[in-house]
Design a protein around this ligand. Structure first.
Ligand code: G3P
Ligand code: MG
Length: 390
């Protein structure tokens, strides 16, 4: 069901041509520079909330100067890759980042657009109706959001906090009699109580029809929900500019599973069946690896207007030009675990959720080490590979 993918255009050729002039390109990259690559986490590595991480700009500029390929891989999302690229560039004051260098948690969902089992989708999370716009831009046909359902029938979520302006600005009129095929959690919920209610209603519905409830007696496998649900990431916590970590989508996943398991009288090891994307899962690292190879090819060939080649969901690159891929992250559970599990090198920073006192108990230890910030880490790797720093 999920193994669908096609070559897709990620952004307009014109925009890519404009961007290409701002990237350092060369067909004579030094061998070592071509064969290593960096993958940067965003929150807690390049920015914190809306604030810059002071060393991020110089670290990325250094890699551009040395012509070393890098991409960003975040468990965040809720906006288009182009917007995320602009946001990071804007917060740090540069350098320019191409949308083709950005893998968000939901980016692999692009691979589902041509699957007829994902025709009418409920997208959850993100500000306003950003997630709808992203899903539509990816190519999903019929995209609805919880606010549309509440607009059609306020009793669905009696304590919803939507204002008239919210309904006017973000909701569309929908026919509740058309079933929903799948739930895609694009980003952290903003109105958790409404999202919890609507998602549970659908998971326990009669084939995705709002306002219906399946009979447990007729369900063969109660771990299987009425319609599939895909979470775009599993981050229990993440770092913003508050001193303590904040709950992320992983917390919503736990709430969703707990309620579903209770309703369906499931006990361990039985659990709601779902697909989880994002770090630390292999699916995301393989996807990012393809994107990194594609970006390297574009850097070398200078063909920034060429379509981005997206892989089959779940496919492993058959060959890789890289001897080492360095994942730079702040979250041992996502960034470091995923890197280690996939044979990448891993670097843990002190600029995000990780605290030194937790080192002994973290789930995965960085293969390269712990560093104060992204610039120190990048310089360390370049020195290790005898790449002169200019
Ligand atoms: O929702 C969690 C997200 O903000 C974490 O982002 O960039 O640290 O993977 P990142
Ligand atoms: Mg992070």
């Amino acid at each position: 069901m999920l193994a669908i993918s096609r070559v897709q255009k990620q952004t307009s050729a014109l925009r890519l041509l404009q961007l290409s002039s701002r990237f350092h390109t060369s067909s004579s990259l030094h061998k070592a520079n071509r064969n290593i690559a960096f993958v940067f986490d965003i929150d807690g590595v390049l920015i914190r909330g809306k604030k810059p991480i002071p060393q991020a700009r110089s670290a990325l500029e250094l890699l551009n100067r040395e012509k070393i390929p890098f991409i960003l891989m975040t468990n965040g999302g809720g906006v288009l890759e182009a917007e995320k690229a602009k946001e990071v560039t804007h917060i740090n004051g540069g350098p320019d980042i191409s949308p083709l260098q950005v893998v968000q948690s939901h980016t692999p969902m692009k691979a589902l657009v041509q699957d007829p089992e994902f025709n009418r989708v409920l997208v959850v999370g993100g500000n306003g109706d950003n997630a709808r716009k992203v899903a539509q831009e990816y190519g999903f046909n019929d995209v609805i959001m919880p606010i549309d359902i509440v607009k059609a029938n306020r009793s669905v979520s009696p304590h919803a906090m939507f204002t008239k302006c919210d309904f006017d600005e973000y909701a569309i009129d929908i026919d509740l009699k058309t079933p929903i095929d799948a739930i895609l959690v694009f980003n952290d919920p903003r109105d958790m109580s409404t999202d919890v209610q609507v998602v549970q209603d659908l998971l326990n519905s009669n084939n995705g029809l709002i306002g219906t409830k399946r009979s447990l007696k007729s369900v063969e496998d109660r771990a299987k929900p009425s319609i599939p649900i895909i979470f775009s990431n599993n981050d229990y916590i993440y770092a913003n500019d508050f001193p303590l970590p904040r709950f992320g989508q992983g917390a919503f996943r736990i709430i969703t599973e707990t309620l579903y398991n209770t309703t369906n009288k499931l006990s361990s090891p039985n659990n709601l069946q779902s697909l989880i994307m994002g770090k630390p899962f292999k699916l995301q690292y393989d996807f990012a690896h393809h994107v990194l190879i594609d970006w390297r090819d574009k850097l070398i060939s200078k063909k920034f207007d060429a379509k981005q080649i997206l892989p089959l969901l779940g496919s492993v690159p058959s060959e890789s030009p890289f001897t080492d891929i360095y994942m730079v992250g702040d979250n041992p559970e996502s960034d470091i675990k995923g890197a280690n599990d996939n044979g990448w090198q891993s670097i843990l920073l002190r600029t995000g959720v990780f605290q030194d006192e937790d080192y002994d108990s973290i789930i995965a230890k960085p293969t390269v080490g712990v560093f104060d910030n992204v610039e120190v880490a990048v310089k360390h790797v370049l020195q290790k590979h005898d790449i002169p720093i200019h």
